[in-house]
Design a protein around this ligand. Structure first.
Ligand code: LLP
Length: 385
């Protein structure tokens, strides 16, 4: 249950919908991740794309994490919030010249490069500025993440990374680029991965490619294995903090670190998902011939994941009465799309207009993916410590 009775009282009269962020849980999650990583001398770059709410970012920065960015604006935001440039990476298949130039001027830690052409463009732009760009080559390892196909990124059919067939050419282009310095290899196979064997398979591929480069005389200083650790959407109260020890253990055991390689991670969801919930009010209840509907004042415009990926989020009534009978509701939003549905046949205590509903585990890829479709209002949020 998200709120105790005293907290529920405080919510009376607060305008809905809003994102509710539990900052104490965020801190506990970050501390657990940092401790598990530090123990193994691993480095974590927080993937800003999961949530770039100012308050959340400044807490993450204060704990000493680096930043993993996928746009010029994310790089700028990390700098503005105070992340050290030497801990910022810039990834993405389509970096514009303007974004690259700006990141070069900030002297970020490294670009995660996704194609040979991009390598040449970075070299050219760095030459113009008289800079040398650090790059990690993103290799598409063809490892199946066994997650939703929209968030699988490491298969041959995905647009990400340099395919195996072009690595020979990439290595030779790298040798000819005077303004590019290869610091590492980068991999990322997908998101919301709950089967740790996927990461074991990734380690096997990483070792192969690291050896491939070393056999050709190129020392790899940084191994960046991306992000992707999943969270428990079904049991946010029972499992609020992912098992970072078990996750890092896989890499500790299976990554071959014969040299002094640094191992970098780009975690997003695992750090922020559980600390956020979307809180909404029941506008109307409606019983059709086949269905009972709860119509909320939040919709796919505030949380797009269910509509876009058929993603499950736990839905609960706030401050529910144990004596209320249970009804199976289709919980829907106000947007003019049938996909605007948070859950079908969700068993909930009988609800009425004005009741509050929480949609849990919405701290990652929630607020950041909100839209103004239907000219909806700007998203609101409140924090609890
Ligand atoms: N590194 C790279 C290169 C990525 O593409 C991503 C996520 C991450 C790190 C962070 O992954 P995480 O640790 O958060 O799994 N909107 C989707 C998720 C898209 C993930 C995109 N890439 C969702 O709501 O499930």
């Amino acid at each position: 249950m998200l709120f105790n009775d005293q907290q529920v009282e405080k919510l009376v009269g607060v305008e809905t919908p809003f994102y509710y962020y539990d900052l104490a849980l965020l801190e506990r999650t970050l501390d657990a991740a940092k401790q598990a990583a530090d123990k193994r001398k691993f480095h974590i770059h927080y993937a800003l794309k999961a949530n770039f709410n100012d308050r959340i970012l400044s807490i993450i920065r204060s704990k000493g994490f680096g930043a993993d960015c996928v746009s010029g604006n994310e790089v700028q935001k990390s700098i503005d919030v105070g992340f050290e440039a030497s801990k910022i990476t810039f990834a993405g298949v389509g970096k514009s010249d303007k974004e690259i130039t700006s990141a070069l001027k900030h002297q970020i830690f490294a670009f995660n490069v996704e194609s040979i052409q991009e390598l040449e463009v970075i070299d050219e732009l760095a030459a113009k500025l008289g800079e040398k760009a650090n790059v990690s080559l993103r290799i598409n390892p063809n490892v199946d993440a066994h997650t939703h196909h929209y968030i699988t990124t490491g298969l041959d059919e995905n647009k990400f990374g340099v395919p195996n067939s072009e690595l020979e050419q990439a290595a030779s282009v790298l040798r000819s680029c005077a303004h590019v310095n290869l610091v590492g290899l980068h991999f990322h196979v997908g998101s919301q991965i709950t089967d740790l064997n996927v990461f074991k398979s990734l380690c096997v591929k990483v070792n192969e490619w690291k050896n491939w480069f070393e056999e050709r005389g190129t020392y790899i200083k940084v191994i960046n294995v991306g992000g992707g650790l999943g969270v428990d959407y079904h049991a946010p109260d029972e499992n609020p903090i992912p098992d970072f020890e078990a996750y890092f253990d896989v890499f500790d055991k299976f990554l071959d670190r014969n040299g002094q390689q640094e191992v970098h991670f780009e975690l997003g969801r695992a750090l922020v998902a559980q600390c956020g919930s979307l809180v909404s009010k029941v506008l109307y209840t409606k019983s059709g011939t086949k269905k009972h509907f709860l119509i909320l004042d939040a919709g796919m415009t505030e949380l797009m994941r269910p509509a876009l990926y058929q993603a499950y989020h736990k839905i609960e009534k706030i401050g529910s009465d144990p004596s209320a009978k249970t009804i199976n509701y289709d919980v829907v939003g106000p947007i003019c799309e049938s996909s605007d549905c948070f859950g079908k046949e969700v068993p909930l205590p009988e609800s009425k207009r004005g009741d509050l509903i929480a949609i849990r585990t919405a701290g990652a890829y929630g607020e950041v993916m909100a839209s103004r479709y239907n000219l909806r209002e700007e998203i609101r949020y409140i924090y609890s410590t």
